[in-house]
Design a protein. Structure first.
Ligand code: ADP
Ligand code: MG
Length: 221
Protein backbone atom coordinates (compact mmCIF):
# COMPACT_ATOMS: atom_id res chain seq x y z
CA UNK A 1 0.00 0.00 0.00
CA UNK A 2 1.11 3.51 -0.87
CA UNK A 3 -0.51 5.80 1.65
CA UNK A 4 -0.74 9.59 1.65
CA UNK A 5 -2.09 11.02 4.89
CA UNK A 6 -3.08 14.67 5.19
CA UNK A 7 -0.38 15.68 2.74
CA UNK A 8 0.22 19.38 2.25
CA UNK A 9 2.71 20.55 -0.37
CA UNK A 10 3.31 24.19 -1.17
CA UNK A 11 5.99 25.65 -3.43
CA UNK A 12 5.63 29.41 -3.24
CA UNK A 13 5.11 31.01 0.16
CA UNK A 14 1.87 32.94 0.22
CA UNK A 15 0.26 30.92 -2.58
CA UNK A 16 -2.33 28.18 -2.08
CA UNK A 17 -0.77 24.75 -1.56
CA UNK A 18 -0.68 22.42 -4.58
CA UNK A 19 -1.73 19.54 -2.33
CA UNK A 20 -3.92 20.58 0.55
CA UNK A 21 -4.58 17.79 3.01
CA UNK A 22 -4.58 15.01 0.45
CA UNK A 23 -5.48 11.52 1.66
CA UNK A 24 -5.19 8.40 -0.48
CA UNK A 25 -4.43 4.72 -0.05
CA UNK A 26 -3.21 3.19 -3.28
CA UNK A 27 -2.99 -0.62 -3.35
CA UNK A 28 0.27 -1.74 -4.97
CA UNK A 29 -1.60 -4.20 -7.16
CA UNK A 30 -3.13 -3.90 -10.60
CA UNK A 31 -3.27 -0.66 -12.55
CA UNK A 32 -4.19 2.54 -10.76
CA UNK A 33 -4.81 5.47 -13.10
CA UNK A 34 -4.25 8.97 -11.75
CA UNK A 35 -6.14 11.70 -13.54
CA UNK A 36 -6.60 15.42 -13.04
CA UNK A 37 -6.14 18.70 -14.81
CA UNK A 38 -2.72 19.88 -15.86
CA UNK A 39 -1.04 21.46 -12.84
CA UNK A 40 -3.27 19.67 -10.33
CA UNK A 41 -0.32 17.94 -8.67
CA UNK A 42 -0.17 14.47 -10.24
CA UNK A 43 3.58 14.59 -10.82
CA UNK A 44 4.08 16.07 -7.37
CA UNK A 45 2.20 13.07 -5.98
CA UNK A 46 4.55 10.68 -7.82
CA UNK A 47 7.62 12.54 -6.61
CA UNK A 48 6.37 12.47 -3.03
CA UNK A 49 5.80 8.72 -3.34
CA UNK A 50 9.49 8.05 -3.91
CA UNK A 51 10.94 10.79 -1.72
CA UNK A 52 12.02 13.13 -4.52
CA UNK A 53 9.93 15.72 -2.72
CA UNK A 54 9.07 16.00 0.95
CA UNK A 55 5.62 17.05 2.13
CA UNK A 56 5.32 20.25 4.17
CA UNK A 57 2.80 18.46 6.34
CA UNK A 58 1.43 14.95 6.54
CA UNK A 59 3.01 11.58 5.85
CA UNK A 60 3.79 9.30 2.93
CA UNK A 61 4.23 5.59 3.59
CA UNK A 62 5.10 2.75 1.26
CA UNK A 63 4.42 -0.71 2.68
CA UNK A 64 4.32 0.92 6.09
CA UNK A 65 7.67 2.65 5.69
CA UNK A 66 7.76 6.46 6.16
CA UNK A 67 9.08 7.62 2.78
CA UNK A 68 9.07 11.25 3.90
CA UNK A 69 11.49 10.43 6.72
CA UNK A 70 13.90 8.13 4.89
CA UNK A 71 17.47 9.30 4.40
CA UNK A 72 18.82 9.44 0.83
CA UNK A 73 20.75 6.16 1.23
CA UNK A 74 17.50 4.30 1.94
CA UNK A 75 15.64 6.08 -0.84
CA UNK A 76 17.89 4.54 -3.48
CA UNK A 77 16.77 0.93 -2.79
CA UNK A 78 13.20 2.18 -2.46
CA UNK A 79 13.40 3.70 -5.95
CA UNK A 80 14.68 0.38 -7.28
CA UNK A 81 11.70 -1.34 -5.72
CA UNK A 82 9.33 1.34 -7.03
CA UNK A 83 10.92 3.14 -9.99
CA UNK A 84 9.44 6.43 -11.14
CA UNK A 85 9.44 6.87 -14.92
CA UNK A 86 9.27 10.55 -15.68
CA UNK A 87 7.45 11.96 -18.65
CA UNK A 88 9.32 12.40 -21.90
CA UNK A 89 12.33 10.83 -23.56
CA UNK A 90 14.56 8.71 -21.38
CA UNK A 91 17.00 6.82 -23.60
CA UNK A 92 20.51 7.72 -24.62
CA UNK A 93 20.53 7.96 -28.42
CA UNK A 94 24.10 6.85 -29.04
CA UNK A 95 24.01 3.49 -27.29
CA UNK A 96 21.93 0.48 -28.33
CA UNK A 97 18.67 -0.48 -26.70
CA UNK A 98 20.22 -3.32 -24.73
CA UNK A 99 23.07 -1.09 -23.57
CA UNK A 100 20.57 1.55 -22.47
CA UNK A 101 18.84 -1.06 -20.34
CA UNK A 102 22.17 -2.43 -19.05
CA UNK A 103 23.01 1.03 -17.68
CA UNK A 104 20.43 0.49 -14.96
CA UNK A 105 21.60 -3.01 -14.06
CA UNK A 106 24.22 -3.96 -11.49
CA UNK A 107 27.04 -6.48 -11.53
CA UNK A 108 29.45 -7.83 -14.12
CA UNK A 109 28.88 -7.05 -17.78
CA UNK A 110 27.61 -10.51 -18.72
CA UNK A 111 25.11 -10.50 -15.84
CA UNK A 112 23.95 -7.01 -16.74
CA UNK A 113 23.48 -8.03 -20.35
CA UNK A 114 21.50 -11.12 -19.33
CA UNK A 115 19.29 -9.03 -17.03
CA UNK A 116 18.76 -6.44 -19.76
CA UNK A 117 17.80 -9.04 -22.35
CA UNK A 118 15.43 -10.58 -19.84
CA UNK A 119 13.78 -7.22 -19.21
CA UNK A 120 13.52 -6.58 -22.96
CA UNK A 121 11.79 -9.94 -23.37
CA UNK A 122 9.23 -8.93 -20.76
CA UNK A 123 8.24 -5.88 -22.82
CA UNK A 124 8.43 -7.72 -26.14
CA UNK A 125 11.59 -6.00 -27.41
CA UNK A 126 14.12 -8.81 -27.39
CA UNK A 127 14.38 -8.68 -31.18
CA UNK A 128 15.22 -4.96 -31.14
CA UNK A 129 17.98 -5.19 -28.51
CA UNK A 130 20.75 -4.09 -30.85
CA UNK A 131 18.93 -1.19 -32.47
CA UNK A 132 19.65 2.42 -31.57
CA UNK A 133 16.93 4.72 -30.21
CA UNK A 134 16.86 7.07 -33.23
CA UNK A 135 15.81 4.07 -35.36
CA UNK A 136 12.81 3.38 -33.15
CA UNK A 137 9.30 4.73 -32.83
CA UNK A 138 8.14 6.52 -29.68
CA UNK A 139 6.15 3.54 -28.40
CA UNK A 140 9.19 1.27 -28.63
CA UNK A 141 11.36 3.86 -26.90
CA UNK A 142 8.92 4.13 -24.03
CA UNK A 143 8.80 0.33 -23.71
CA UNK A 144 12.60 0.24 -23.63
CA UNK A 145 12.51 2.83 -20.84
CA UNK A 146 10.11 0.54 -18.98
CA UNK A 147 12.53 -2.38 -19.56
CA UNK A 148 15.28 -0.26 -18.02
CA UNK A 149 13.17 0.05 -14.88
CA UNK A 150 12.51 -3.71 -14.90
CA UNK A 151 16.17 -4.64 -14.46
CA UNK A 152 15.89 -3.16 -10.97
CA UNK A 153 13.44 -6.00 -10.23
CA UNK A 154 10.72 -3.62 -9.09
CA UNK A 155 7.58 -4.62 -7.24
CA UNK A 156 5.61 -1.67 -8.60
CA UNK A 157 6.00 1.07 -11.21
CA UNK A 158 5.12 4.76 -11.19
CA UNK A 159 4.60 6.02 -14.73
CA UNK A 160 4.11 9.70 -15.42
CA UNK A 161 2.09 10.19 -18.60
CA UNK A 162 3.68 7.28 -20.48
CA UNK A 163 1.48 7.80 -23.55
CA UNK A 164 1.06 11.57 -23.65
CA UNK A 165 2.17 12.90 -27.02
CA UNK A 166 2.27 9.44 -28.61
CA UNK A 167 0.12 8.62 -31.62
CA UNK A 168 -2.62 6.06 -31.22
CA UNK A 169 -0.52 3.12 -32.39
CA UNK A 170 2.45 3.94 -30.15
CA UNK A 171 0.18 4.56 -27.17
CA UNK A 172 -1.54 1.24 -27.87
CA UNK A 173 1.83 -0.55 -27.77
CA UNK A 174 2.74 1.01 -24.44
CA UNK A 175 -0.67 0.22 -22.98
CA UNK A 176 -0.44 -3.38 -24.19
CA UNK A 177 2.98 -3.64 -22.51
CA UNK A 178 1.52 -2.38 -19.24
CA UNK A 179 -1.26 -4.96 -19.44
CA UNK A 180 1.33 -7.66 -20.13
CA UNK A 181 3.33 -6.58 -17.06
CA UNK A 182 0.16 -6.71 -15.02
CA UNK A 183 -0.34 -10.29 -16.24
CA UNK A 184 3.23 -10.94 -15.05
CA UNK A 185 2.13 -9.70 -11.62
CA UNK A 186 3.58 -6.18 -11.74
CA UNK A 187 1.27 -3.34 -10.79
CA UNK A 188 1.60 0.32 -11.68
CA UNK A 189 0.32 3.76 -10.89
CA UNK A 190 -0.16 5.52 -14.20
CA UNK A 191 -0.68 9.26 -14.58
CA UNK A 192 -2.70 9.55 -17.74
CA UNK A 193 -4.98 11.71 -19.84
CA UNK A 194 -5.87 8.70 -22.00
CA UNK A 195 -9.50 8.08 -21.15
CA UNK A 196 -9.88 5.27 -23.63
CA UNK A 197 -7.02 3.38 -21.99
CA UNK A 198 -8.32 4.22 -18.55
CA UNK A 199 -11.74 2.81 -19.35
CA UNK A 200 -10.37 -0.43 -20.70
CA UNK A 201 -7.38 -0.96 -18.38
CA UNK A 202 -7.78 0.72 -15.02
CA UNK A 203 -8.47 -1.32 -11.93
CA UNK A 204 -9.15 1.94 -10.13
CA UNK A 205 -8.99 5.65 -10.87
CA UNK A 206 -7.75 8.34 -8.53
CA UNK A 207 -8.60 11.93 -9.39
CA UNK A 208 -6.45 14.78 -8.09
CA UNK A 209 -8.36 18.02 -7.86
CA UNK A 210 -8.15 21.17 -5.75
CA UNK A 211 -5.33 19.72 -3.67
CA UNK A 212 -7.20 16.57 -2.73
CA UNK A 213 -7.63 13.09 -4.17
CA UNK A 214 -10.70 10.95 -4.57
CA UNK A 215 -11.51 7.58 -6.11
CA UNK A 216 -13.72 7.93 -9.11
CA UNK A 217 -15.26 5.87 -11.83
CA UNK A 218 -15.65 8.84 -14.11
CA UNK A 219 -15.14 7.82 -17.70
CA UNK A 220 -14.85 11.17 -19.43
CA UNK A 221 -13.76 14.74 -18.77
N1 ADP B 1 9.65 22.15 -8.13
C1 ADP B 1 8.61 22.99 -8.22
N2 ADP B 1 8.73 24.31 -7.92
C2 ADP B 1 7.69 25.16 -7.98
N3 ADP B 1 6.46 24.78 -8.36
C3 ADP B 1 6.26 23.50 -8.68
C4 ADP B 1 7.33 22.53 -8.63
N4 ADP B 1 6.85 21.34 -9.01
C5 ADP B 1 5.54 21.54 -9.28
N5 ADP B 1 5.19 22.82 -9.09
C6 ADP B 1 3.84 23.38 -9.27
O1 ADP B 1 2.92 22.51 -8.67
C7 ADP B 1 1.75 22.40 -9.46
C8 ADP B 1 1.48 20.94 -9.78
O2 ADP B 1 2.51 20.46 -10.63
P1 ADP B 1 2.50 19.02 -11.25
O3 ADP B 1 2.39 17.99 -10.18
O4 ADP B 1 3.66 18.94 -12.15
O5 ADP B 1 1.14 19.02 -12.09
P2 ADP B 1 0.55 17.86 -13.01
O6 ADP B 1 -0.74 17.45 -12.38
O7 ADP B 1 0.32 18.51 -14.34
O8 ADP B 1 1.56 16.77 -13.07
C9 ADP B 1 1.95 23.27 -10.68
O9 ADP B 1 1.33 24.51 -10.45
C10 ADP B 1 3.46 23.43 -10.72
O10 ADP B 1 3.80 24.67 -11.31
MG1 MG C 1 2.71 16.04 -14.57
Amino acid sequence: MLRFTQVVKRFEPGTPPVLDGLDAEVPLKGLTFVIGKSGSGKSVLCRLAVGLLKPDEGTVTLDGERVDELPERSLRPLRARVPYLVQGPALIDWVSVVENVMLAAKGAKAARRAAALDALKRVGLFELADRFPPQLGPGVKKRAAIARALVLEPTYLLLDEPTTGLDREAAGQVNETLLELKRQGLGAMIVSHDHRAMNSMADRVLEVSAGKAKWTNRSSS
